[in-house]
Write a protein that binds this ligand. Structure first.
Ligand SMILES: Nc1ncnc2c1ncn2[C@@H]1O[C@H](COP(=O)(O)OP(=O)(O)O)[C@@H](O)[C@H]1O
Ligand SMILES: N[C@@H](CCOP(=O)(O)O)C(=O)O
Length: 322
């Protein structure tokens, strides 16, 4: 359960006195999520999400994350809107943690994504990339190659406990990714974690995007790669090219990929699979402190890395070239 920090009713009542969202009716910890402590609040003013930012979120990054949601919401991207306190601030402090309130989005994340969901996600991702172009703040992606290397340094000695031979296999991936990682591709604000549990739907209509706490500046096509990994593999670990084609067509309906992005896509997919394998492996071996968070399987992403290693062209993901 992702509630690392508990709060009392009196602490919460005092915190809410700085807002104009009415009286507290009820609140409850939310079991889903990984990084932060989240609560659903019902007040006489409506329903809201309260987030207490935990250790892995740097307080200095909060203006970027919350400012981005505000920026995107004003440009017709359906995402939560940070709620301002009476003094105009959006970040406060509760139980010793930085804390913010955001608006509640209706919808459910798809447990079994369909081809129609994949197309909608592609469109929404392109919309996010375009709407973020005039966002004035910047944040480096600290989970790109140097960050992966740091995670790897903390795991490699013990990684064969997860699967025999993994250390040698992943070392080879690092060598290939370091040699071939693109130096320059179209870049801007990316979501960087647009997995199914961060996208809400009402039926097959996308109703909102959440969890901008990995957002940063990086290659747009890297975000596309992350979505191909997160949305287009089946439970039997096979890649579904129909879903890949739908996601890529949805994306390209608003923002066509250029030739360099198309060429780089297989390596970006492999890198993105390594990134999620490593955070999962790190948590698998070290376990996040203080909460019973369901551990995600690193081997799911090892399989995806193996798949991408043998891809020669982005057409194998379903890309239709114009
Ligand atoms: N704006 C929102 N509207 C509705 N539910 C939300 C919203 N933000 C978060 N949630 C709920 O809280 C859960 C965890 O949120 P998330 O931002 O993914 O947490 P974490 O950053 O800890 O992974 C989500 O799966 C969802 O159930
Ligand atoms: N999407 C990541 C984990 C991050 O969890 P989230 O709850 O913040 O989306 C993964 O699947 O490894």
């Amino acid at each position: 359960m992702a509630v690392y920090t508990d709060i009392t009713e009196s602490e919460l009542g005092a915190f809410l006195r700085d807002y104009n969202i009415g009286e507290l009716l009820s609140y409850k910890g939310i079991a889903e999520g990984t990084e932060n402590s989240n609560f659903i609040l019902h007040t006489t003013g409506g329903t809201f999400i309260l987030t207490l930012y935990e250790k892995r979120v740097d307080r200095d990054d909060l203006p970027f994350f919350l400012g981005l949601m505000d920026h995107l919401a004003q440009r017709d991207v359906s995402c939560p809107l940070p709620v301002k306190r009476a003094d105009g601030e959006i970040i406060g402090e509760l139980a010793g943690r930085p804390a913010a309130i955001i608006t509640f989005l209706e919808g459910m994340w798809p447990r079994r994504p369909t081809t129609a969901h994949c197309r909608e996600v592609g469109v929404a991702l392109a919309k996010l990339h375009l709407a973020g172009q005039d966002f004035p703040l910047q944040r480096r992606n600290d989970l790109s190659l140097p960050g992966w290397q740091r995670l790897w340094d903390g795991c490699r000695e013990r990684c064969d406990e997860v699967e025999h031979g993994l250390e040698a296999e992943v070392s080879d991936d690092f060598a290939a990714l370091e040699a071939g990682w693109p130096a320059d591709l179209p870049s801007g604000v990316i979501h960087a974690d647009l997995f199914p549990d961060n996208v809400f739907f009402l039926g097959e209509r996308l109703s909102g995007l959440i969890d901008f706490y990995f957002a940063c500046n990086d290659f747009y096509a890297y975000d596309v790669a992350t979505c191909l990994n997160a949305w287009c593999f089946e439970r039997d670990h096979s890649f579904n090219i129909t879903k890949g084609a739908a996601l890529l067509a949805g994306y390209q309906s608003l923002r066509p990929l250029d030739a360099a992005e198309v060429e780089a896509l297989p390596l970006l997919c492999r890198g993105s699979a390594l990134r999620f394998m490593l955070t999962r492996l790190y948590d698998w071996l070290h376990g996040p402190d203080g909460a019973m968070v369901q551990k995600r399987d690193p081997l799911e992403y090892v399989r995806k890395m193996r798949f991408h290693r043998q891809i020669i062209s982005a057409t194998e993901y379903g890309l239709q070239q114009s």
